[in-house]
Design a protein around this ligand. Structure first.
Ligand code: NI
Length: 165
């Protein structure tokens, strides 16, 4: 396993539409392992393949506090969005030290495949739903900053504002 370099905003790879994965092999399994390692090392809750420069429809997510609920999604598609929405802070490993307010569906249902190309269906709500929508956006070349309401906060500023409350 190896840590991969996380590409940041301004890198053209983040704006590209990723290609579907058509076969599971050692290379895919190694890539997924590297994605988990890179995500956990960066203390993120999700990472999409284009963020490490790979234009394939793969993302990994773990929204648990103790890194105990890894989810790998290959060729994911959101098939249901709740009408109910959530508005909250969002960040991205490719937009370091920034945070913005984004409205997302409160619940989504995703059909995908795992790294062995076995079909999986995931229903997520709250933070998991937010992560699913955010990561799947990456596979189509979209960053959350396109959806931010109001301005983007610098994390240092955000933390100091929080501390005053
Ligand atoms: Ni992101």
């Amino acid at each position: 396993m190896a840590l991969r370099t996380i590409r940041t905003q301004g890198d053209a790879v983040l704006g590209k539409v990723c290609k579907k994965v058509t076969e599971s092999n050692e290379r895919l399994l190694d890539l997924v392992k590297d994605m988990y390692e890179t995500m956990y090392d960066a203390q993120g809750v999700g990472l999409a393949a284009p963020q490490i420069g790979v234009l394939k429809r793969i993302c990994v997510i773990d929204v648990s506090p103790d890194c105990s609920e890894p989810i790998c999604l290959v060729n994911p598609v959101i098939v249901e969005y709740s009408e109910e929405t959530q508005t909250g802070y969002e960040g991205c490993l490719s937009v370091p030290d920034k945070t913005g307010i984004v409205t997302r569906a409160m619940k989504v249902k995703v059909e995908a495949f795992d790294e062995y190309l076995k079909p999986v269906t995931i229903e997520g709500e709250a933070l998991l739903a937010r992560a699913l929508q955010h990561e799947i956006d990456h596979l189509d070349g979209h960053l959350y900053v396109e959806k931010v309401e109001g301005r983007l906060f610098d994390n240092s500023e955000f933390e100091s504002e929080d501390a005053e409350e």
